[in-house]
Design a protein. Structure first.
Length: 301
């Protein structure tokens, strides 16, 4: 154990803190975290943990979500500029304009969105429960924001609904092209291809399985196949290679690295715990409305 790791653990105990890390974080950050998972799992943990401080190793909207669900706790984001280009594709004013264009149509926002966007929406969802959330709504028309690729995937699973899609996308998942899948299939004809529904519809159509980060991990860990081509952020390989060293895992595209997710280092976790770097603050009105949107999701799942 390094001196830095020892110091982080000492500060964590001293401050009654927990460290949450998304699956896309670098290996050493995942290794020191108390909980590692996708956005849905971590959002639920944030709501129930008995602690004073949460260090969220992820991107800005994730730390915001943790603060919304744990308003009395100190929530720290180790890297202040760890953002999300997908979340940045839509603003609260964009949502208000959509509601003016489609009066009375409910707005479902993907958890990969800002607190301000959540505050203007009716209910939140994640990639693992989006189909369930949309299917449960009584309305035939639904506005789905901001990921158009995920929205297209959901629309295909729930054909009796008409989804009005915002055409945002994850720049990392969008790197995977159909040609990458076809070439990878030629190199590894025995492999199962597992992709995230944030990939383009054309890529999803060529895959053997599409699902959230946790669903991809579960599939790869538990199915009988021995070789997998992974179409999501490279950070998932940390858990997969640890839990199933008997299997082989390859990325569908060499560029499946989210630069924002890779910013967090052990040093920034240490600084966060030492100096309250960077503590999440939300205005009361936005927090109240965004929390309502998140709580609706948690009540339904």
């Amino acid at each position: 154990m390094t001196e830095l790791t020892q110091e982080i653990r000492r500060l964590k105990q001293q401050r009654n803190a927990v460290i949450l890390a998304h699956n896309y974080q670098i290996d050493e950050v995942q290794a020191i975290a108390d909980y590692v998972g996708d956005s849905f799992y971590l959002s639920r943990q944030a709501a129930t943990l008995a602690c004073d401080v949460i260090v969220f190793c992820g991107v800005y909207f994730m730390a915001e979500t943790a603060k919304l669900l744990s308003p009395d706790k100190t929530v720290l984001l180790p890297e202040a500029d760890a953002g999300c280009p997908l979340a940045d594709t839509i603003t609260a004013e964009d949502v208000r304009e959509l509601k003016r264009l489609y009066p009375g149509v409910p707005v479902v926002c993907y958890i990969n969105s800002s607190a301000e966007v959540k505050a203007e929406s009716d209910i939140c969802c994640t990639s693992s429960n989006a189909v369930r959330i949309i299917r449960s709504l009584p309305d035939r028309q639904v506005i789905f924001i901001p990921d158009g690729h995920l929205g297209d995937y959901v629309a295909k699973q729930v054909p009796d609904k008409k989804l009005i899609l915002w055409q945002g996308s994850c720049v990392t998942h969008a790197k995977v092209k159909p040609d990458d899948v076809l070439k990878a299939r030629q190199r590894h004809p025995e492999a199962k291809i597992l992709v995230h529904p944030e990939c383009s519809p054309e890529v999803v159509a060529l895959a053997d399985f599409a699902g959230s980060t946790s669903e991809i991990i579960h599939y790869a860990e538990n199915s009988a196949d021995k070789t997998y081509l992974i179409g999501t952020e490279a950070g998932v390989l940390c858990q997969l290679k640890t839990s199933r060293p008997d299997k082989e895992f390859f990325l569908l595209h060499a560029g499946l690295y989210c630069p924002n997710m890779k910013k967090t280092r052990l040093q920034s976790i240490y600084q966060a715990l030492l100096d309250d770097q960077y503590s999440m603050k939300l205005d009361e009105r936005t927090a109240k409305q965004a929390t309502r949107t998140l709580r609706k999701m948690l009540e339904m799942v």
